[in-house]
Design a protein around this ligand. Structure first.
Ligand code: FAD
Length: 417
């Protein structure tokens, strides 16, 4: 069988890899001039290999089994970051402690589990005020909003029952040399099957054939995998139009907005993780593969209002000033700071999917289900793993198994959820 894969992020590359291993012919069409999508590793200082930064996904967290297995297979290793993604020192809000924030998280999670899952998070937070200190609730809310890249009045209660959310110190890792090495390694094995600068603009689909139209070409395949971000998929043109159940689930799906800031450091430092409670971003310094702390300050902010207040679209200036005030312990080379935004990137248009109040139970199945010979992958199709590198890889394996099962007659081609 000949299978077309649209998008060479973790999801598309994993799907193509598993399909190729099963003996299918694959062609991967990627709009950008690089692979990896929202995983993008670069040197911050051109001639210093000690400053590889992650402009997109960074943290390899608990339970990332497929990512660990894939890295091992590619001969890659992980660096312990020293600091923990799970524990951040809260600064700039009412005084509180890690213990109080963890206790608050447990109260809110229990409250969230006791209400219908699309209940607004703000309602669960309001009910928690009688049981937890206002200071801890403020710090907890700041963290949850940043992580989910979505304001609390848009998030649903289901957002705080996520499997990767923890508030006690656990190790955090990233791939030595950069997380993008995974995409580069998979693409190298796929070799000429990966076509860069090949943006698919329209898709004609049926039960036995899919036509992928780019500005220069038309590629005809037996089956196709759409592995682009949901915000991009919504803008694509389909002939015939996708069924209403699919389009409605796409429309209801939540979209998160996030940005990152990086700047070189002028003096050595130790590892750290500090959350700006009021400005809704966090900063960290971390060890890399050498075991030394990188001379780089990293920052991440999430949610539209937080990004607007940091004026990320105008460049790093406002954010750098805020980080300088938050982290007087660090000496930054502010002139070399860079900010990375994703929502204005035509090939992502978002950071990652978010569990908002509009999402309905059953939507997860609608996001996953194939229509005719057109199949769907990407982090937004990964259920509990949505929004994460691990989810993207798992979705790639899942969609490959779906197509392999269909080709061997072991599985009915699902046409509705
Ligand atoms: P993508 O990586 O977006 O891949 C889709 C590909 O499709 C892209 O290469 C894109 O260029 C291509 N494409 C788009 N349109 C077209 C078209 N028309 N034709 C052809 N190709 C097209 N996850 C974690 O696990 N840990 C983290 O710490 C973490 N931090 C993050 C921080 C930020 C700022 C962001 C933005 C994301 C973060 N994530 C994190 C999430 C993670 O990056 C994503 O979940 C994952 O990379 C998504 O992979 P994907 O293959 O589904 O999509």
């Amino acid at each position: 069988m000949r299978v077309g894969v649209v998008g060479a992020g973790f999801a598309g590359l994993m799907a193509a890899t598993r399909l190729r291993e099963a003996g299918h012919e694959v062609v991967v069409l990627e709009a950008r001039d690089r692979v990896g999508g929202r995983v993008w590793s670069q040197r911050l200082v051109a001639d210093d290999p000690h400053t590889v930064i992650e402009r997109g996904a960074e943290f390899v967290l608990d339970g990332y089994e497929v990512m660990r297995r894939t890295a091992q297979d590619l001969g890659l290793s992980f660096a312990d970051m020293g600091m923990s993604y799970y524990v951040r020192e809260p600064v700039g809000g009412l005084p509180t402690t890690h213990q109080e924030i963890a206790a608050c998280a447990a109260v809110v999670a229990a409250g969230a589990a006791a209400v219908p899952w699309s209940t607004p998070l703000t309602k669960v937070l309001a009910e928690a005020t009688s049981a937890v200190p206002a200071s801890a609730l403020q710090a907890y809310t700041s963290r949850v909003v940043v992580t989910n890249a979505c304001p609390e009045d848009r998030l649903s209660a289901a957002a705080v029952t996520d499997s990767t959310v923890a508030f006690e110190k656990r190790p955090s890792h990233r791939v030595v040399g950069g997380n993008q090495s995974i995409a580069l390694g998979l693409a190298e094995r796929l070799d000429r099957a990966v076509m860069l600068r090949s943006a698919v603009q329209a898709i004609s689909w049926g039960n036995d054939e899919v036509r992928l139209h780019s500005s220069t070409d038309e590629i005809v395949v037996d089956d196709a995998v759409l592995a682009v971000p949901l915000a991009v998929a919504r803008e694509m043109s389909f002939d015939p139009p996708l069924p209403a159940w699919k389009l409605q689930a796409w429309e209801r799906a939540g979209i998160g907005h996030a940005a990152k800031l990086h700047a070189p450091l002028l003096a050595p430092t130790s590892f750290s993780a500090v959350q700006s409670v009021s400005d809704r971003y966090w900063t960290w310094t971390a060890t890399d593969g050498t075991g030394e702390v990188q001379p780089v300050i990293n920052a991440f902010s999430g949610s539209g209002p937080a990004l607007a207040a940091l004026q990320v679209e105008a460049g790093p200036r406002t954010w750098v000033e805020k980080v300088a005030a938050l982290r007087p312990d660090l000496s930054m080379d502010a002139a070399k700071a860079i900010v990375t935004t994703w929502s204005d990137d035509p090939w992502s248009r978002e950071a990652y999917s978010a569990m908002t109040v509009d999402v309905e139970q059953g939507d997860a199945d609608c996001l996953v289900s194939a229509v005719g010979a057109l199949h769907f992958a990407g982090e937004h199709t990964a259920g509990d793993w949505a929004g994460l590198m691990e989810g993207a890889l798992r979705s790639g394996e899942r969609v490959a198994a779906e197509i392999i099962g269909k080709s061997t007659g072991n599985q009915r081609n699902p046409t509705s959820p």
